[in-house]
Design a protein around this ligand. Structure first.
Ligand SMILES: [Mg+2]
Length: 291
């Protein structure tokens, strides 16, 4: 498929989900920390605003809160409000609230992410109290970026799972890239460990490429999934999520996945639109809207 054959679909696009790392910025730390803006990225967000398209940005990291990420991005020149920045923590909180209402949820995360849960009305288990023996009755265990987990918390979560709590993981990537090394994926590590000790065989992923994430994006943008462009640098995350949901799958070649990766990918999750940079995407939208 050539990009020019996609002009009608671009013209019909009402909402855009932008990935952050490798798509809008390239950074040393997660989501813009100490990084630099990729060519055409700021213009691409501006174009979405100017053409009346709904948009959001979505990173799979949960180490930082959306408001912190938004702050970094604004410092770098992006005109993005806090509420249009999404992480799997936001999706997790929305899914927990929708599925379990006021029932208690045991969350593995840094304090900031716990705050995001509480702000959305999730009944988060008081872990220190529960470790001391307080009854908590957790119906679900959510694993996010938690570098302070220890034996007591693992014990608590394992007992909740054995008592029937469902298991959720924000991001199951084994490792992820930063400027100088591969970082270990803490949430997948804890999730796998809990499955090992409890014998639980199933869990659900909440971040990209899950349908949970696509549902939240679609709801926030107020746009049907088939009219959304999902643009990012990782076929396993953005293209896969878009294709599974019937959204338009865009790959930008400034990050993880190469054109060769796209050609070798499972046809069911191959990107439909491939651009060398966000500058090229801006040009394609301009062509599409003029046609
Ligand atoms: Mg990325």
């Amino acid at each position: 498929m050539t990009n020019s054959s996609l002009l009608p679909r671009l013209k019909a696009t009402q909402g855009i989900m932008f990935d952050i790392d490798g798509c809008l910025v390239i950074s040393d730390g997660p989501s813009g920390a100490g990084g630099s803006v990729l060519p055409g990225a700021i213009e691409s967000i501006q174009q979405a605003q100017d053409t009346g398209r709904a948009y959001c940005v979505f990173t799979n990291g949960t180490a930082q809160r959306p408001k912190e990420i938004a702050h970094h991005l604004r410092d770098m020149g992006f005109n993005i409000p806090d509420e249009l920045v999404f992480t799997p923590a936001v999706v997790a909180a929305e899914v927990m609230k929708e599925k379990y209402g006021d029932q208690p949820i045991l969350v593995f995360a840094a304090e900031g992410m716990l705050e995001d849960f509480r702000e959305r009305g999730v009944n988060v288990v008081d872990v220190p109290a529960a470790i001391k023996g307080a009854k908590h009755g957790a119906v679900a265990v959510v694993i996010g970026w938690d570098t302070n987990f220890g034996k007591d918390k693992i014990q608590l979560a394992a007992e909740a799972i054995r008592d029937g709590a469902e298991l959720y993981c924000t991001s199951y990537a084994p490792m992820f890239a930063s400027a100088d090394r591969l970082n270990v994926g803490v949430s997948g590590f804890i999730t796998s460990g809990l499955m090992f000790v409890t014998g639980k065989k199933d869990f659900e992923i909440l971040g990209k490429p899950s349908q949970h994430s696509m549902n939240v994006v679609s709801r926030v943008l107020g746009t049907p999934q088939e009219n959304i462009l999902v643009i990012g640098d990782d076929i396993k995350l953005e293209s896969t999520m878009a294709r599974n949901a019937g959204a338009l799958a865009g790959l930008v070649l400034t990050g993880t996945s190469s054109r060769e990766d796209a050609e070798n990918a499972d046809p069911a999750v191959q990107p439909e639109l491939i651009v060398n940079s966000m500058t090229e995407l801006v040009e394609l939208f301009a062509q599409a809207d003029a046609s």
